[in-house]
Ligand binder design. Structure first.
Ligand code: 13P
Length: 246
């Protein structure tokens, strides 16, 4: 039985003034021990957030695949760990679009994070054009093709985030979400075996909000959510956590 997992992705939002939102969110999370909750903040907010809510899972939104070196502006997994992060998002579609990251890059980052003991949320998802062409399953299968054969849910989570659903208020139908999550799980089983398929959580992301969360989180093969805009305030994120807690 996979525990539900709800993670917030604050993207390029958040100054110390917003730590009070994380404090409220963490208070709810502590009261709902049946669901795992995390927030992935900008690098500068990791240490202050960890200090504000000790024991609550704070993550980052990117990591470099190397341990150290001449990579101006980048950050290593050990640096994130030292700052207090326990998890990191890799392969987000905004990084694929803005920084031209590939799926190969994402899996290299995942390996570096895993080696440092960080939990990894690896994102996949199709564009609107690919969806319209009926290519969703093929695209996400290619994006997760480099999953290690020994992958397990204790260090890896996959987030399915249709690019056209991010920040748009649009979502796939419930049937489409369930079908794509099922296809991802089948691919994980094919590539990494039954243990991986049983333990790796597959989160849905893209315009998840308090109104649609309960229905999406109840779908088969949906083990939680990766939430952008609605994770920025306790007012919107807490109902999503409560929906996941059931
Ligand atoms: P929104 O919830 O704002 O659509 O963002 C989803 C997302 O990209 C989370 O990583």
């Amino acid at each position: 039985m996979r525990r539900k997992f709800v993670a917030g992705n604050w993207k390029m939002h958040g100054l110390k003034a917003q730590l009070k939102e994380i404090e409220s969110i963490a208070a709810t999370a502590t009261a709902k021990p049946g669901v795992d909750v995390a927030i992935c903040v900008p690098f500068t907010l990791i240490a202050p957030a960890v200090a504000a809510v000790p024991g609550f899972a704070i993550g980052a939104q990117d990591v470099h695949e190397s341990g150290s070196g001449a990579h101006t502006g980048c950050i290593s997994a050990e640096m994130l760990k030292e700052a207090g992060a326990t998890l990191v998002i890799v392969g987000h579609s905004e990084r694929r679009a803005d920084q031209h990251e590939t799926s190969h890059d994402a899996w290299a980052k995942a390996a570096a994070a895993r080696a440092a003991g960080l939990h990894v949320i690896l994102c996949c998802g199709e564009t609107e054009e690919e969806r319209d062409a009926g290519e969703t399953d093929r695209v996400v299968a290619a994006q997760i093709a480099e999953i290690p054969s020994d992958a397990r849910g204790d260090w890896l989570t996959i987030a399915y985030e249709p690019r056209w659903a991010i920040g748009t208020g649009k979502t796939p139908t419930e049937a489409e979400i369930a079908a794509t999550h099922g296809a991802i799980r089948a691919k994980v089983q094919e590539l990494a075996g039954a243990d991986a398929a049983d333990t790796i959580r597959i989160l849905y992301g893209g315009s998840m909000n308090p109104a649609n969360a309960a229905a999406i989180l109840a779908l088969s093969d949906v083990d939680g959510g990766l939430v952008g805009g609605a994770s920025l305030t306790a007012e919107k994120f807490v109902p999503i956590i409560e929906a996941a807690a059931g």
